[in-house]
Design a protein around this ligand. Structure first.
Ligand code: PGA
Length: 250
């Protein structure tokens, strides 16, 4: 059976002192969970949160990386740099990066390959806009994004990737996809993976839901057969609320 993975995405929030306090507060609240707990923090919080999370069940991730390993890319951070300070996860292709920072399916694919080469565990985001949903294009958009993101990977590599299905219209809006809609989309992603990489790989890959996840809707969402936890933005900024989401039990 697949494990549940709950990842917080702090986005551009939390100063180091706030981050330290957060981990101190979260640790006792989630120490008994069987689920995987990840905090994806700003670069400037990585060092502090890695220190605080040492010896706990809280894993630390970054929110972006560059696909090149080094060179003249002012302001960028490579997979190797993240790996060498102890970062375990990295979000790739979040819709905010696609919308505001010119991230494309091609750069997402390159970043994914570089992350895997450096033994980082990528959380790759896919999702449709409201307009695309209204036009009935959801399934095409998300299966296409998934296929392009994973292009060139072996089935063994695909199994190391976490996919986060995040409908863009549900991010930060308070509008959550219904559990049935989220399940339908995630099932379609799983079918696409099965077609290309085989049933076994598709059965093993972790696929999360993201978009206004809160403690009041997480239980219903995470209980769906194809949904393996969540990528949580706003609600991951409050330790008590995030702990409630993390402590999901089937
Ligand atoms: P949200 O963000 O939970 O605030 O909607 C989710 C995300 O962007 O990963």
């Amino acid at each position: 059976m697949r494990r549940k993975v709950i990842a917080g995405n702090w986005k551009m929030n939390m100063l180091p002192n706030e981050a330290i306090e957060f981990v101190q507060k979260l640790e006792p609240l989630v120490k008994d969970t069987k689920n995987e707990v990840i905090l994806c923090v700003p670069y400037t919080d990585l060092f502090y949160t890695l220190n605080m999370a040492q010896g706990t069940n809280i894993k630390i991730g970054a929110q972006n990386m560059h696909y090149e390993s080094k060179g003249a890319f002012t302001g960028e951070v490579s997979a190797e740099m993240l790996k060498c300070i102890g970062v375990e996860y990295v979000i790739i292709g979040h819709s905010e990066r696609r919308a505001y920072f010119a991230e494309t399916d091609e750069t997402v694919n390159k970043k994914l390959k570089s992350a895997l080469k450096n033994e980082l565990k990528p959380i790759v985001c896919v999702g449709e806009s409201l307009e695309q949903r209204e036009k009935g294009e959801t399934k095409d958009i998300i299966t296409n994004q998934t296929r392009l993101a994973l292009e060139g990977l072996s089935p063994e590599e695909v199994e190391k990737v976490i996919i986060a299905y995040e409908p863009i219209w549900a991010i930060g809006t308070g509008k959550t996809a219904t559990a049935n809609d989220a399940e339908e989309s995630i099932h379609a992603i799983r079918e696409e993976i099965s077609k290309i990489y085989g049933q076994d790989t598709s059965d093993r890959v972790i696929i999360q839901y993201g978009g206004s996840v809160k403690s009041s809707n997480s239980q219903e969402l995470f209980s769906m057969p194809d949904i393996d936890g969540g990528l949580v933005g706003g609600a991951s900024l409050d330790a008590n609320e995030f702990a409630k989401i993390v402590n999901f039990e089937n």
